[in-house]
Design a protein around this ligand. Sequence first.
Ligand code: AMP
Length: 364
Amino acid sequence: MLRDDLVQDLDIGSIVAKYDVDRLSVATLASHSSLQIVHGAKLEGFRTAVITLRDRVWFYRQFSHLIDNFIVVDSWRDLCREDVVSKLREWYSIIVPHGSYVEYVGLSCAETIPIPIFGSRYMFSIEADQHKKMELLKNSGIPIPKIYTLNDEIDRLVIVKLPGAKGGRGYFLATSREEIIEKLNKYLKSSVIESLDQVVIQEYLIGATAYYHYFYSIILDRVEILSADIRYESDIDGVGRLPPKYVVELDLDPTFTVVGNIPLVLRESLLPKILEYGIKFVETAKKYIKSGIVGPFCLESIIDRDMNIKVFEFSGRIVAGTNLYIYGSPYSFLYWSEPMSTGRRIAREIRLAVERSSIEKVLT
Ligand code: AMP
C-alpha cells in the first residue's frame, strides 16, 4: 500500500513554533515556476528568497524587485547543507516546492529538509514512483488508461514511461512486448533506468490532451479549478504536421519532451466532471497520504471524442503550465475577481492561514 509514515523524526511543528509569522519568507528554487511564486508572494506582502545556481544568478537579479534574498549554490543538492538551512530559518522561510524540486534536490533532501514546506512532503515519494501514482488515481475512482506489466500480452499501442519527472523525455511507443524489452534493455545498458520494474506501460489514449490546474484550500475547505493548459511536446506535436506518408517513410520513434505550454479553456459542460475528479483525488489523498494534498496539484488527461476523460498522470505540486497565468486565468478570476496566479494563490493561502492562526495546517 502507499507509504505515509516517512520522515517521522522531523519536528516541523516546533520549528514553526519558533517562527515570527509576521516576518515569513516564501522561498523556492530559482527555476520552473519560481518567478510566478515570488511574484505572487510579493503581492500578498511576504518577503521572498530564492536558492539559485551560480550561473543563473545574473538572470534572477533582473527580478531583484521580487526577490529579497538570494542563496547561491553550485549544485541544487546544496539545499540541504547546514549553512543553507540555517539561512533559510533565519529568514523564517517556507519552502514552496515546484515541479522540479524533487528532481533537482533528490528525494532524500526534498523529504527531510528541516524547513517547513508548503504542502505535504509525504507526497514526494509517491510522486517518484510511477506505480504508486497510478494506484492513487485508481483508488480515487478516476478513470485511468489500461496499465500493462512486462508479463502481459500487449494488445494495442502503448506508451512506456521512465521514472521521475522526466518531462516526457525518453518515453516511447510500442506495440509488442518484444519491442518494449528491446528498447528498455538499451536504457538499462546506458543506466538511464536501474531496473525494468521502474517503468510504467500504459495504453496510448487517443484524443485531446488537457491538463487541469487545481488548488485545494484547507483553509477555505474547497477545491478550485485555477486554470488549464496543453503541453507542447517535441517530437510528437511536430509529427502531426507531416503528411502521413512521410511519417511512415521516416519510421520515426517520436519523443514527448515538453518544450512549452499552450493556454486552454474548456467546454463549460466538461467543468463539473473535471472538478469532480479533483475533489475525488483530494479526498483519496487524505486517506492514503499523511497531510493529504495541500494547495496546488494537476491532473493530466486525454479527452476522447465522446468527452470521456482519462487521467494518465498527476503532479502534487505547482506545474509549469500555470506560468501562462501569472496575471490570472479565466477560471481563477471567477473565484477571486482579481488577478490570481497559482503562485499568488499559494501566498494567499499562507496569509489566510496566518490570519486564522492555522499556519500549521498548510505546512509539513
Ligand atoms: P507525462 O510525463 O506522463 O505527463 O507524459 C508526457 C506526455 O506523454 C503527455 O503530455 C502526453 O502527450 C503523452 N502521454 C502520456 N501518457 C499518455 C497516454 N496514456 N496516452 C496518450 N498520451 C500519453
